[in-house]
Design a protein around this ligand. Structure first.
Ligand SMILES: C[S@@+](CC[C@H](N)C(=O)[O-])C[C@H]1O[C@@H](n2cnc3c(N)ncnc32)[C@H](O)[C@@H]1O
Ligand code: SF4
Length: 414
């Protein structure tokens, strides 16, 4: 509830400052309220820099089952696209839709396992949830069991499915549109074989139907940063800013989520900081993925089902996550090796410390863009400064601090 009120105020604030809000007069009120605090003070930047160093993954051989979370259910591993960074088509797992009775069993299990405040499921691992002909039926089951949905979508089927989404808007906690590329050329490369015009058409329909957040309050956009999208990151604010509140537009770095690391090797930014994903937060984590046939894998990148540890339709989920196969995966990881010949061998990430520093810095860029009406060119320059600085080295705290040369950027918990 409190979170909803906060989100509402931030949205109102961001929209007002951008001039779309209900009252332009609120602009000065918001600015006044914020001007005494600065989240991007030297002290805070130092703290973030120091904390980035302190991240660690608990490396226990057994998961604490009291903290288990069953929230990733792959209803279908089919997709209307084949984005090169994801490459669903190369998955060798049989393409299926989860049977409805099995989906209900999984939701009932999730109800038993998850704490009351974690009654949310997402419907993808590899695949586009709205492609499934049973999409509406899954939503009906989620609603029947008073669960909520966090939907990640490429957004291209909105026109066809908008009535279903509206009908079940009461259970849709958030909708996240995955959109990479602010120009037609980059978008169509990243989201192959989608057409940019079709995306815009769908976004127009969604925005019109959802006027004043009538159905969906929490609408986000997520963009992957890679060599192809980097030159136009700031442009995303301009092109998509009329469909999404700017404070709900997120950037994440490309990882090697795909059957091979081919695209990642070619297109990853910050190449010097690419490391083998070990220890892996999925293997040591509290959430596992339920695949469309009920198989359980710790990993969302398990395209061929190579590290399946059990099947939720035949075994108890709590037993699966700590069975011999699961523990063996963790034991191997503790030796600092990732299984040869399997998906883990080519699983790379960018040093999480840098990713933390980048996320914090992007908040400042976005707020500066909103508050100070920074132009797209200037905003883009600020994005690039980070990547230039970290290109060859790990920047010092002073160098990192120098990036934040924004004027009067106030605190916002965006
Ligand atoms: C695999 S998709 C499935 C849901 C839906 N089809 C979509 O595109 O949102 C889930 C998320 O993973 C992201 N993703 C795919 N490949 C990625 C990669 N190599 N690195 C980082 N994120 C990736 C997508 O952009 C999307 O936001
Ligand atoms: S990122 Fe989403 S839309 Fe693109 S291929 Fe993967 S599952 Fe499909």
């Amino acid at each position: 509830m409190l979170q909803n009120i906060k989100e509402y105020i931030y949205n109102l604030e961001a929209e007002t400052l951008k001039g779309f809000g209900p009252s332009k007069h609120l602009r000065s009120v918001f600015k006044l309220l914020r001007q005494n605090s600065n989240a991007f003070s030297k002290k805070n930047i130092n703290k973030v820099y120091k904390n980035a160093d302190n991240q660690h993954i608990e490396k226990n051989l057994k998961i604490n089952i009291d903290k288990l979370n069953l929230n990733n259910i792959e209803t279908n591993n089919t997709c209307n696209l084949n984005c090169p960074m994801c490459d669903t088509l190369s998955s060798r797992r049989k393409k299926i839709n989860m049977e409805l009775s099995n989906f209900e069993k999984v939701i009932i299990e999730a109800k038993k396992i998850n704490s009351k405040d974690r009654n949310i499921v997402s419907l993808h691992s590899v695949g586009e949830p709205m492609v499934s002909p049973q999409f509406e039926k899954y939503l009906e089951i989620i609603a029947k069991h008073k669960f909520k949905l966090s939907l990640s979508t490429n957004g291209l089927l909105i026109e066809r499915k908008i009535n279903i989404l509206k009908k079940y808007s009461h259970i849709i906690d958030e909708i996240r549109f995955s959109i990479d590329g602010a120009t037609k050329e980059t978008y169509e490369l990243m989201r192959f074989p989608a057409k940019h015009e079709k995306l815009i058409h769908n976004l127009e329909i969604f925005t019109k139907e959802n006027k004043n957040n009538k159905y969906f309050k929490n609408v986000k956009m997520c963009t992957v940063i890679c060599k192809s999208t980097l030159p136009e990151l700031a442009l995303h604010y301009e092109v998509y800013g009329k469909y999404f509140p700017l404070n709900n537009m997120y950037f994440t770095v490309l990882n090697s989520l795909a059957p091979t690391d081919k695209f990642f090797k070619k297109d990853s930014v910050l190449g010097k900081h690419v490391i083998l994903n070990n220890p892996c937060s999925a293997i040591f984590g509290n959430g596992h993925h339920v695949m469309a046939n009920g198989d359980i894998s710790p990993c969302s990148r398990d395209y061929h089902g190579e590290i399946i540890v059990g099947n939720i339709l035949k075994e108890n989920f709590k037993d699966i996550v700590n069975n011999n196969k699961s523990v063996d995966l963790r034991k191997e990881q503790l030796k600092g090796i990732n299984r040869k010949g399997l998906v883990c061998e080519t699983c790379y990430i960018i040093n999480p410390k840098i990713v933390t520093l980048l996320s914090f810095y992007i908040k400042a860029i976005r707020i500066n863009h909103i508050y100070n009406n920074a132009s797209i060119a200037k905003t883009q320059k600020k994005f690039e400064q980070f990547f230039n600085l970290f290109e060859d080295k790990f920047a010092t705290v002073d160098e990192y601090e120098n990036l934040f040369d924004f004027k009067n950027v106030p605190t916002l918990n965006y």
